[in-house]
Design a protein around this ligand. Structure first.
Ligand SMILES: Cc1cc2nc3c(=O)[nH]c(=O)nc-3n(C[C@H](O)[C@H](O)[C@H](O)COP(=O)(O)OP(=O)(O)OC[C@H]3O[C@@H](n4cnc5c(N)ncnc54)[C@H](O)[C@@H]3O)c2cc1C
Length: 429
């Protein structure tokens, strides 16, 4: 196998996972990456040199048997337990709400609403299913507002899809590791750096076309061309959907259908740094029931993992698209309105802010893939695997049928694609 040459397109978790495995097996592998950095949608910003923050993935979701845990253990990366259910909820008058009973009711109502549309002839959105359920219409307005917040923070943020787009039948067609969640105190950066050690990575080269040539594949980029026996494509679904990449020969019909049907959702972060902690320092998450559903409804407390007065606000789904259109000043002002509603007008202004805009990012076109109405988890399986007689393989979070939309899911698909390439090459002799 060592004579085979492999190109990996994209230096995110999937691409680095694939290249690492191939390199360690003695395969000649080159990674082509459009950005001037590695990591893709795991992006630890060092804009504040004393305080790295993750603009993409933050959590290792489910630490038991998670391949990211193994890497973090290997490099001794410090972690802090961070759980969605260690939360405090405030309303717009600063009142602390006990929402635990409503949380149970929300999930029971959602399950019932989905069961009601289960035998319909066609799929419908999660929003239509829930709003069509008699139990939703019967709710007291205040309970409905809180339950909407719970659906927003626990479903729309988790899946990065607006409830008006998520498939009622299939949106949660995935699996989870158990063991609770952790955040990495210094961010995902050290894990990414460890994966990339010694690899041949070409930064700042944007792939334009992927073409079959005799005995292999040719990739043209903004700076030149490369040829290899195999190419592993780990470009985000959003890039594949954009048409920015020209494939010189048709992809398998099921793969083309999957690219069309699956969509990119949106989740954005606004990190705010203060001179003191003015929010309750213990809860991992702070939820906000404001006047606009889904606007700054979820915050992660950065104090436990960093010891710094740091907090991050999230917006997901359609609300994330609305907020992404604002500039930095307006985004921070809008976030501060929510914090002032919860914690009073006397709180300080932030010292600094860092804001993600994943939809506008031409190398992502969104946060991560969702299953909208008309798609199912099977589309992820159809996107994964190989094409062009095994010369072209696909990996990345959108291909992960078990753990989609996650950093570990991306890593697993990258490693799987690398193993498949090794097997195919050894069979070819
Ligand atoms: C805000 C946010 C929060 C998240 N939170 C979590 C979390 O807490 N835990 C978790 O597990 N997951 C989380 N995720 C999801 C996780 O980050 C992704 O699923 C995972 O990182 C995707 O990895 P990938 O390798 O599939 O894709 P990517 O990381 O996107 O890698 C693909 C690479 O291809 C490059 N590329 C794109 N176009 C081109 C081109 N034309 N030419 C060359 N290179 C190109 C990109 O620059 C990128 O580096 C989050 C994501 C976001 C955006």
């Amino acid at each position: 196998m060592s004579a085979a040459r492999v190109l990996v397109l994209g230096a995110g978790m999937a691409g680095l996972g694939a290249a690492r495995l191939l390199h360690d097996k003695g395969v000649q592998v080159t990674v082509i990456e459009a950005r001037d950095r590695i990591g893709g949608r795991t992006h630890t910003s060092h804009l504040w040199p004393d305080l790295p923050v993750d603009l993409g993935a933050s959590w290792i979701h489910g630490v038991t048997s998670n391949p990211l845990t193994a890497i973090a253990d290997q490099i001794g990366a410090a972690r802090t337990v961070s759980l969605y259910d260690r939360w405090a909820t405030f309303d717009a008058t600063g009142r602390l709400l006990d929402v635990s009973a409503l949380e149970t009711r929300t999930f029971a109502l959602m399950d019932k609403a989905r069961a009601l549309v289960d035998d319909h002839d066609s799929d419908t959105s999660l929003k239509a299913a829930i709003e069509g359920a008699p139990a939703w219409a019967a709710l007291a307005p205040e309970d409905r507002r809180i339950m909407r917040m719970i659906l927003n923070t626990r479903i729309e943020h988790d899946y990065s899809g607006d409830w008006s787009r998520l498939s009622a039948w299939y949106f949660d067609d995935d699996a989870e590791f158990v063991g609770g969640d952790v955040v990495l105190n210094k961010g995902f950066g050290p894990l990414v750096a460890h994966l990339s050690g010694g690899l041949d990575i070409r930064l700042g080269e944007t792939v334009r076309a992927v073409l079959p040539v005799s005995g292999g594949v040719r990739v043209t980029t903004t700076t030149g061309a490369h040829e290899a026996d195999h190419v592993i494509v780990t470009l985000p679904l959003g890039v594949l959907k954009s048409g920015d990449i020209r494939f010189g020969q048709s992809l398998a019909p099921a793969r083309r259908r999957a690219i069309k049907r699956l969509e990119m959702g949106l989740l954005n972060k606004c990190w705010l740094r203060f001179d003191r902690v003015f929010w309750p320092p213990e809860p991992d998450m702070i939820n906000f029931v404001g006047s606009k559903a889904g606007l700054w409804a979820e915050w992660m407390n950065g104090f436990p993992s960093t010891g710094q007065p740091l907090i991050v606000g999230f917006n997901g789904g359609n609300m994330a698209d609305t907020v992404e259109a604002l500039d930095d000043r307006a985004t921070t002002a809008s976030a501060m309105e929510a914090l002032r509603a919860m914690f009073g007008t006397a709180i300080p202004d932030p010292v600094a802010a860092q804001i993600s805009r994943w939809r506008q990012d031409p190398f992502a076109h969104g946060a991560y893939s969702i299953i909208p109405v008309g798609a199912s988890g099977k589309d992820r399986g159809a996107l994964a695997g190989s094409d062009w007689q095994g010369r072209l393989s696909f990996a990345g979070e959108a291909c992960a049928q078990d753990f989609p939309a996650t950093a570990h899911g991306a890593l697993i698909t990258g490693r799987r694609a690398a193993k498949d390439v090794i097997q195919a090459a050894s069979l070819r002799g």
